[in-house]
Design a protein around this ligand. Structure first.
Ligand code: NAI
Length: 442
């Protein structure tokens, strides 16, 4: 039961990577494979775009939980769980190593569910569980997060009977490393907390089994190398794949079994059922390099379920202000197509940022959409002039717009700040979870 970004995947509206709980203004981010830890490819599931963040989310990949204010007093179980967490925080690496050592020695059959190389992956399961435990009182957000996590684990082959094994090893690792604060009451609090968490995940997976496959096979039908390191890949799923524009999926290649990365859909749902992704090969990115440099028509990938809440609210006519940085333009293009298909004329303003003109690999498509749709304005912004958030300040007013951001974590962070400054309330700003972005590379 590996936990991936999707286990978490990213954004402001939704945020689950498969599910992390998201603050209302956040969604998970796909498309990011991140990697690059000390020159080694990151094994999995996490993307990284910032130099100081390990691809595997060591110490990163935590869901963005909304901050309740004022904060209600924590429950007695939450107090004990949080005390344990504070105790193990400085030695998280040791707890993680011990947890997986216990899991794989006591339950060797579970080893096959995880990637061969665990460097990046290994922290994700534990991180997701500990994050959930820490927020056990935030029921509404947590349940959505955990349901998404449970559904997302189906593709790993996780079964209900695996959960007690994980719980036993989790408590084994915590009791060993939080010895100074561990007592019977603490253990009982962890047992109750883990039982709640795992039951939500198990129930969600069981419900999902009735209506969707654990994964989809998808054959590559087109591979278009747009720059030396960016490819637009189109695939045909073996069964209908329902999703919404603005969402992302998790994807596994045949070259790196059990290593899953998140990618945003680059088109709204199409009548021919095909799906497309924009993939940039990043240094030491196992999956992204395989997709850009090795994948060819005829290759078969696997896809997990769709995730993410950076979707268009069709119940209003508000304008859309969209910021797409680099390959972050992919879901923005899908959102534009979605608005076009709904036939309502609402203003859509797209700022498309790239390092250089050459890096605006999808500008022709965006300008073609602009010619077709009078309500759409596309503004390319190259860094020699300004970075995306600065460019947005030159236009406006934006206070009547809903905002969508997609791109590297640094862009999302500074973009949210800039949008707040120009008067857009937080509740109208959507993006995939930055944490997921940081952990999605590869
Ligand atoms: N749903 C989402 O949010 C998606 C996110 N992505 C992520 O987008 C990233 C794309 O990478 P690249 O194409 O290499 O982009 P990049 O690193 O070349 O940046 C593209 C543009 O974003 C802006 N930008 C970048 N860093 C910024 C900062 N710190 N402050 C302000 N503006 C900044 C600049 O305008 C820059 O030209 C990846 O990290 C990928 O994971 C990709 C697809 C979907």
């Amino acid at each position: 039961m590996p936990t991936g970004p999707e286990d978490t995947e990213v954004g402001a509206a939704d945020s689950s990577t498969e599910a992390l709980p998201e603050p209302e203004d956040a969604v998970e981010v796909p498309g990011a494979e991140a990697e690059a830890t000390a020159g080694r490819p990151a094994p999995e599931e996490a993307v990284t775009a910032e130099a100081d963040a390990g691809p595997d989310g060591t110490a990163t990949a935590r869901p963005d939980f909304p901050q309740a204010s004022p904060e209600p007093a924590p429950s007695p179980d939450a107090v004990l769980v949080q005390r344990t967490m504070a105790e193990v925080a400085p030695i998280a690496d040791k707890v993680t190593s011990y947890f997986y050592a216990l899991l794989f020695t006591r339950h060797p059959d579970l080893r096959a569910l995880f990637p061969a190389a665990m460097d990046t992956q290994r922290d994700r399961l534990l991180t997701a569980l500990l994050t959930a435990a820490e927020h056990i009182d935030e029921t509404d957000v947590l349940v959505d997060y955990l349901r998404n996590l449970g559904r997302g684990h189906r593709k790993y082959g996780t079964q209900a009977e695996h959960y007690p094994a994980v719980g036993e090893c989790l408590i084994g690792a915590l009791s060993r490393y939080a010895g100074a604060v561990w007592d019977d009451d603490t253990e009982a609090a962890w047992v109750r907390t883990y039982t709640t968490i795992s039951q939500v995940m198990i129930d969600a997976a069981a419900e999902d089994e009735l209506r969707a496959p654990a994964w989809w096979y998808a054959e590559v039908v087109a591979h278009d190398l747009r720059t030396p390191d960016i490819a637009v890949i189109t695939v045909r799923p073996d069964q209908p794949y329902p999703f919404l524009a603005g969402q992302y999926t998790s994807l596994e290649t045949p070259w790196w079994p059990r290593i899953w990365r998140h990618y945003s859909f680059a088109s709204a749902p199409r009548s021919d059922g095909l799906l497309s992704f924009h993939v940039k090969a990043i240094p030491a990115g196992w999956v992204s390099n395989a997709l850009v440099h090795h994948a060819r028509p005829g290759d078969v990938l696997r896809l997990g379920p769709p995730s993410g809440s950076m979707t268009v609210d069709h119940s209003t006519d508000s304008g859309l202000l969209c910021l797409g940085g680099g390959t972050g333009i992919a879901p923005i293009k899908a959102l534009v197509e979605d608005v076009a298909e709904h036939g309502r004329r609402r203003p859509v303003e797209v700022f498309y940022g790239a390092r250089t003109n050459h890096d605006l690999y999808d500008i022709d498509t965006m300008l073609r959409l602009q010619r077709t749709h009078p309500w759409l304005a596309v503004r390319p912004v190259v860094d020699t002039r300004a970075q995306l958030p600065d460019a947005v300040r030159e236009y406006g007013p934006w206070n009547e717009y809903d905002a969508y951001l997609s791109g590297p974590p640094g862009m999302i962070r500074s973009g949210v700040d800039a949008l707040r400054e120009v008067g857009i309330p937080a509740g109208r700003i959507r993006h995939d979870s930055v944490e997921e972005l940081v952990s999605a590379g590869g």
